[in-house]
Design a protein around this ligand. Sequence first.
Ligand code: ATP
Length: 321
Amino acid sequence: MKTIAVLTSGGDAPGMNAAIRAVVRTACENGIKVYGVIRGYNGLINGDFIEMDLRSVSDIINRGGTILYSARSVEFATEEGMRKAIRTCQEWGIEGVVVIGGDGSFRGARDLSERGIPCVGIPGTIDNDIACCDYTIGYDTCLNTIMELVDRLRDTSESHDRCSVIEVMGRRAGYLALNAGIACGATSILIPEVSFDIEKHVIERMQKTQRTDKKHFIIIVAEGCGVNIEDLADEIEKKTGVETRPTILGHTQRGGYPTVKDRVMATRMGNYAVKLLMNNIGNRVVASKKEDVIDYDIFDALNMSKSIDMELYDIAHEVSI
Ligand code: ATP
């Protein structure tokens, strides 16, 4: 391939910039022209491209967000939008596309691949909810951000004998909630993968620890649980007598400078993706398994499933009491 494009799509994740940098630098060093696509698939439809060189990605390895901007493109998910994107790629001589995003973005990449534009996906999402990957870019930074924010809430909860009910991101997956909950010593962790009963999993656990003289509490709730945390806070306060405050961490979880792990993984994956395209290998997803970077067929990758580590879930409940 002589010309490729790189885009970021779906929710932004810290480390996306490090991946863009690795893609651009690897391409440039190997004599491949590389376009940065602005605002995900919308940019691919509209030909919103910038030709990138070694210096266009200077000073971004440390930055959260994405210099290429991101979008959720409704138009691209239609047949007409997809056709326009393919036409644009052909007009610009784009022979392959690196798509950095979550599994929705990979579905778009799969559809493009199927229609003759080879794509390679790089997992970039804070949720860690891509089935073929142990780990996705942005997850480690987000976990550390949540830990820091919850630690701050703990200081004030402890000082006032309060309970903090904290909603963290994770529309479909509880990886963030479970791991952050363990790291922050949460008394209860509610995740979408495990059915729960508020009375048993929150109130009774709190009451049990109250009998051992515990006076302040952290309850972590993944947003995908469908629990209104204001109502939950009211219920806790009523049933346990502990003053309870709800906090939704919201978009603060997305930003910030990426951790070492995210920068290194993003760099390895970006480099790997371009090497695949250089060898005319498309229709793939780059993935991490243990500490290795590997790749899968994009169709197979989207048909995989992964489940929450129940052993970890059980440990959390045994220890945080
Ligand atoms: P995150 O995990 O952060 O939500 P994501 O990549 O899963 O990231 P989505 O909003 O699901 O985010 O998808 C991003 C974009 O990918 C969509 O806006 C759409 O343009 C495209 N896309 C999603 N699903 C499909 C599909 N089935 N076919 C074609 N394109 C799709």
